[in-house]
Design a protein around this ligand. Structure first.
Ligand code: BES
Ligand code: MN
Ligand code: ZN
Length: 503
């Protein structure tokens, strides 16, 4: 019996998004229209004329953050949301507007809403714009309330949202985009629920069970290894970090093997279900945020869920090492020398640099599968957050073409990546006198030295490491999303996998 919470807690039902040019207006409570300043495109929309009339009498100008709710005819409510100057239109302003829709709809207790944006976003075509907008809207009412026990039934009526697709898509393409929206939205939600769940709920064993549930639903094969297997495989890094914890470690392998797959991609995710720092313990303040230290693992699970739902013709192997990092009488200690699965030795100088220890073994394991591309996702370093804050994930890669593709996919789906170097010149910082390397290079270039450490265990010419420490969760509610796990990694990776299946 594990020490964890015994009952399974589920979050409320998600917003259900559909795409349609002709919403059944009599069944819609509230229509939301997103418009730039002095917009002339309103007339092209369904209900264009009455909407234009409402705008004319309202004083609405379309300034950024402007929002006016008017009584309408059918539907009863119309909200106009300003996006600012047309030449300043960005994914960011649109995301903020979409999140505000969710909040307004919840406050006004709308059960059924419709949403229209009459044009594409800069650099995106009609399909990309529609997908992005509908998918963001599907997250707009997200709040992790699984453990809120008051007013349980009155708290969350689910919302249906009809999104009017941007012009230029035929019916077939609309159905296809709708399917993509649902798959990505389900994957993102899985990541958010897993990330937000407390660490006494999502232990390594529970994380593995959730992975198995998602796998079963998606026709994915799941293999879960326990401590004995992990010992047999000589995963010294994972075992060392696990030594301080009363919870058993898990090593989870997910295999999605569609017929006619041309490419094989391995996805590795950091699954530290709680990171106290271990013997090199973290300060108490904000330590609770370290329940999010398994968001890389969650991103792998959510991405594979979406890929399976889309039946992408790409073989995908998900690899997740999972443990807690805690101090105890049996915990690994600074000065210890650990032999990793690959046979390389590591001098521990800081037990809080635990992510790279478990990932070193997982990357070695994944490299042996000889995938065409090897991607890893990890809330790896505070240094990456210092460098990029919450706007972009750090990207490290030994393959310029892969890096270029990932950045391009990220721009298209609103998940920015910024490349940082993984030059050998930095390797001096993790040189050890007592072992092959040390597990920390200190403060300077902390995100870079962490990536270089990982690279020591990668044997794949096309590898990318995404440090999502700054993007995986929001410390506070922001104009674009609620507090907590964001689902980082799913959108960009699904876009990348789709691009592979097309080439
Ligand atoms: N999980 C943390 C990184 C982290 C910090 C994620 C803040 C999100 C927000 C990681 O295991 C860690 O503790 N890294 C250390 C490394 C250092 C000891 C070399 C860090 O970044 O301070
Ligand atoms: Mn740590
Ligand atoms: Zn960590």
């Amino acid at each position: 019996m594990s020490l964890a919470n015994c009952s399974v807690w589920h979050n409320s039902v998600p917003m259900e998004v559909s795409l349609t040019r002709e919403p059944k207006w009599s069944r819609i409570d509230h229509l939301f229209v997103l418009l730039t300043e002095n917009d002339k495109r309103v007339r092209d929309l369904p209900l264009g004329k009455p909407i234009q009339k409402a705008i004319d009498g309202s004083g609405f100008t379309g300034r950024a953050d402007e929002a006016i709710t008017l009584l309408f005819d059918e539907p009863r409510k119309l909200t106009l949301i300003g996006l600012g100057k047309p030449n300043k239109l960005s994914i960011r302003t649109v995301r903020n507007a979409l999140y505000s829709i969710g909040k307004t709809a919840k406050k006004l207790r709308d059960r059924s809403i419709a949403m229209a944006l009459p044009y594409t976003l800069p650099g995106l075509d009609s399909a990309d714009t529609t997908r992005l907008v509908a998918e963001q809207l599907s997250q707009a009412d997200y709040k992790y309330d699984a453990y809120i026990t008051v007013k349980k039934d009155e708290k969350r009526p689910s919302i249906d949202a009809a999104v009017i697709p941007v012009d230029g898509l035929d019916a077939g393409r609309v159905r296809e985009v709708e399917r993509e929206v649902r798959a990505i939205s389900d994957g993102v939600r899985t990541v958010r629920d897993l990330g937000n769940a407390p660490s006494n709920d999502i232990t390594p064993a529970r994380l593995a069970e959730r992975a198995e549930e998602v796998a079963k639903a998606g026709g994915i094969k799941a293999t879960v290894y326990g401590r004995k297997d992990i010992e047999r495989m000589k995963m010294g890094g994972l075992l060392a970090v696990n030594r301080g914890s009363a919870e058993e470690p898990r090593f989870i392998v997910l295999e999605y093997t569609p017929r006619r797959a041309k490419k094989h991609v391995a996805l590795v995710g950091k699954g530290i279900t709680f990171d106290s720092g271990g013997i090199s313990i973290k300060p108490a303040e904000k330590m609770e945020e370290m329940k999010f230290d398994m968001c890389g693992a969650a991103a792998v699970i959510g991405t594979m869920e979406a890929a399976a739902k889309l039946a992408l013709p790409v073989r995908i192997t998900g690899v997740i090492p999972s443990t807690e990092n805690l101090p105890s009488g049996s915990a690994y200690k600074p000065g210890d020398i650990i032999t990793m699965m690959s046979g390389k030795t590591v001098e521990i100088v800081n037990t809080d640099a635990e992510g790279r220890m478990i990932l070193g073994d997982a990357l070695h394991y994944a490299s042996q599968l000889k995938p065409d591309h090897l991607l890893d996702f990890a809330t790896l370093t505070g240094a990456c957050v210092v460098a990029l804050a919450n706007e972009a994930a750090g990207l490290f890669s030994n393959d310029d073409e892969l890096a270029r593709k990932l950045i391009e996919c990220g721009e298209r789906v609103g998940e920015r990546l910024w490349r940082l170097p993984e030059w050998d010149e930095y390797k001096d910082l993790i040189r050890s006198e007592w072992a092959d390397m040390k597990n920390s290079g200190g403060r300077w270039g902390g995100a870079v030295t962490a990536a270089l450490f990982l690279k020591e265990f990668v044997d794949c010419p096309s590898w990318a490491h995404l440090d999502i420490a700054g993007t995986a969760y929001a410390e506070h509610e922001t104009p674009r999303e609620s507090r907590g796990a964001t689902g980082a990694g799913v959108r960009v990776t699904v876009a990348f996998l789709q691009s592979l299946s097309r080439s």
